[in-house]
Design a protein around this ligand. Sequence first.
Ligand code: CA
Length: 377
Amino acid sequence: MKIKDVACYLLDAPLERPFAYSQAWFERRTALLVEITADDGTSGWGECFGPMTKAMAGAVDFLKTSLIGQDPFAIEAHWEAMYNRTRDHGQKGIAIEAISGLDIALWDLKGKALNLPVHRLMGGPMRTRLQAYATGFYRTRDPDQLSMLVAEAERHVADGFGAFKLKLGFGLKSDIELCETVRRKVGDRVAIMIDANHAYDAANAGKLARAIEPLDIGWFEEPCVPEDIEGYKQLKSQTTIPMAGGEAEFTRWGFRRLLAERVVDVAQPDTCAVGGISECKKIADMATAYGVRCIPHCWGTGIAVATALQVLAVMPRTPPGLHPIEPLLEFDRSEHPYRMAILKTPIVPENGWVDVPTGPGLGIEIDRKTVEKYRVG
Ligand code: CA
């Protein structure tokens, strides 16, 4: 079997209700999907995480000459070849996001060809289902934001989610009020995590952490900019809330310092950005060696969700035991016109839990008609 073709699919759709996180407004949802086809017609799909979809497609186009005509099963060899080709000008960002989509597509293709799910090729399953946590709580142009967010919390609880993550970074007063109000509304039935998307410096993030510490917060994600390693360390000395981060970091080399210096308590590599399934597993194993929990970041289409599930199915327990703290699946609940529509069978949480897909490859089948409907390049 040889790799015959690598294709990019750039998807785009406007949102009915634009929403914001602490850094920007979203008016549209874009995605870059990658398909690798072998000479016998078998194909595998991947996804690249990042807003610069055209630039990522350009990087995929550059890298595909490393793959055409090659053995699709030699994923480790291809990863090293692709990384080495971009190393001097890449290491982080677009080049690694492109490698991620290609690596995921290769794993899907291998699984499809061998009729085995990726997690079985990787030695799993360690677990067959994952508890999902709801990501949402974005801001809109609705005048009463607090009521809207509280209603959203109640909706997630009604839908069966036992955990959700509040988007913060909109000012200390407003953030504290939201955390207190939501905790009061949902009581202790639900685990609450928070994510500031690096809207604060360490001093203000520390103030926020101390104010909400009695509310039992599962983790504080991206309190400060990812470059501010010392800021994370300062925060860890000031609060018992675990620190989480890593969605803006790349590869085992990028995560080395986060883990070795225990900058985060929860490492959050995004499989579609960090270097794909191969690299995410290496980071997860390295995290175990350093005693750090690993819970992948996930924000994309159903391909990204299926990819995260395959990796989560082989995630080591840190630490193992009779009652280990199991990893969670990040499940984005914000508006996305084609997130699950591009799958023939959507991935749907049931009572807040999601089964690991057991079909070949990523365990999903792509609905090509829907992909074409949203395709812009
Ligand atoms: Ca985040």
